[in-house]
Structures are given as C-alpha cells and as structure tokens.
Design a protein. Structure first.
Length: 201
C-alpha cells in the first residue's frame, strides 16, 4: 500500500479553499473553489502535486454580500471569469481526485482546510443542491489547519501560521481560492513533514 494511504488510514488528504458570497452555505453563493492534491515521497514527506481551480456561477437565488466581494476582489461581471455551474465544478473537481484515490489505493478523500468546516459545508451544500452522487470527500470528517497551526506554531490565523512555518506570505494575493489553497497546503505539508522528522511517524 502506498505511504500516503498508510499514513492517513486509507484517506487521501485534499486541500480545499472556497470563496463565497457570505457565511451561510445554504443561502450564500459559492464563487470560487480550488484544491491541491498532495503526494508523499519515499521518505514520507508530503508535497503539492497538482492544483485545480474553478470559478463558479452563483446558484439561482443565491445571496451575495457586497462586503464579501470587497474582501475577495471577485468581479462577477468580468469577461475573463469563465464561471461554470456548481454541478460541472463538482464533476471536474472530483475527476482528478478519484484518479488519485485509485492510484494511491486510498478509500476516500478527506478535506483539508483552514477552518475546514466552512469549506466542507459549502462543498456539501453544493452537492445537496445539485444532487451530485459521486463526491470523493468524506461527508463530515476533515483536517483543520487552524487547529494544527495552533498546535504546531501557536498561530491559528492562516497568514500568521504560514509565516511561523517559514513560508512566504503576500497579503496582496490573499483571499483568492488558488492562493489560499496553496498556502494552506504548504502549511499542512510543513506540519506533517516536521512531525515525521521529530517522531519518525
């Protein structure tokens, strides 16, 4: 069995970040989704293998708080946004994850996120709205880098935890799904890899 399957009890960690039109997954729009697929080398160190991202069309009747758009900088009217419906996003997100699950002999993906309940709740809401049946993610379990960052570095805010781990942070690029996902993935890898050095596990 490949190392990553053994390390996480048959789960494949997939780092996810969402940008939204608010805080309520039932009523507020899902606008951006990005995910990092992780791989483990022969020594047991994690790294980012692939990043995928999608701009998402708000579902019909979705609420979008203008303050959320100010924070994320998302321009819903941009001709370059090339947004897709939620169901298509879920299909295109799931395809490479399921491929990796098979290659790594993992049973299911587990979402890794910074305050992961938030990201998972929006993914689950989209799954329910669209009736999507083939989600690769565990429906309620997740790994939270806010908790892990607090344990490893005494920092729960993403920017501070990332910098405490010795990873570069650019505030001007923050709050886009791709940037936040890759930084969250780098933080998760740093914590797992340091634990390997410290404990051998």
């Amino acid at each position: 069995m490949p190392g990553i399957a053994s390390r996480f009890r048959g789960f494949l960690p997939v780092v996810v970040d969402v940008e939204t039109g608010g805080f309520n997954p039932q009523t507020d729009a899902l606008l951006e989704v990005a995910a990092c697929i992780l791989r483990m080398d022969s020594f047991g160190r994690l790294r980012i293998a692939e990043t995928i991202s999608f701009n998402v069309n708000p579902f019909e009747g979705a609420n979008i708080d203008p303050k959320s758009l100010e924070i994320t900088g998302i321009d819903l009217e941009s001709p370059f946004r090339e947004a897709i419906p939620e169901r298509e996003m879920l299909q295109r997100l799931s395809l490479p994850i399921r491929k990796e699950l098979k290659a790594m002999e993992c049973q299911r993906a587990i979402l890794v996120g910074h305050n992961s309940f938030f990201d998972l709740s929006f993914i689950n809401a989209a799954i329910k709205r669209t009736g999507y049946k083939r989600s690769p993610f565990h429906p309620f379990s997740s790994f939270d880098t806010a908790t892990l960052g607090g344990l490893a570095f005494g920092q729960t805010v993403l920017s501070r935890a990332v910098q405490a781990a010795g990873i570069e942070w650019n505030e001007a690029e923050a709050h886009s799904a791709i940037y936040d996902t890759e930084k969250t993935a780098a933080l998760f890898c740093a914590i797992v890899n340091r634990w390997k050095i410290l404990t051998g596990f």
